[in-house]
Design a protein. Structure first.
Length: 100
């Protein structure tokens, strides 16, 4: 199986497809040394995200080990995560910084 998606951090609940993926196609990605697969349940455009797990409405989308925002609707595993179902949430970056 050829890798067609990238997991950026082990804590992520999405992967980024590095090819266009058609519904019914296997999404193949690495988690450490392990090769994992997930079936795309809808078409996923090139460089877009697919949910690895069911993400509830209002749930956080995690990529790079960080929150990208929250969902405006439930996103089942295998479905496209896009601007249609994800919105940004303001963050207090000052409070997140490590003390010097």
């Amino acid at each position: 199986m050829e890798v067609n998606a990238l997991l950026m951090d082990p804590a992520d609940n999405v992967v980024t497809c590095v090819t266009e993926v058609s519904a019914g196609t296997a999404v193949v990605y690495r988690k450490g040394e392990e090769m994992l697969t997930l079936t795309a349940l809808e078409d996923i455009p090139y460089c877009h995200k697919i949910a690895l797990v069911d993400i509830p409405e209002g749930g956080e989308v995690i990529k790079y080990g960080e929150s990208l925002g929250k969902t405006s609707e439930a996103i089942p595993a295998g479905h496209w995560v896009s601007h249609n179902n994800l919105f940004s949430v303001p963050r207090d970056y000052d409070s997140e910084m490590l003390p010097l």
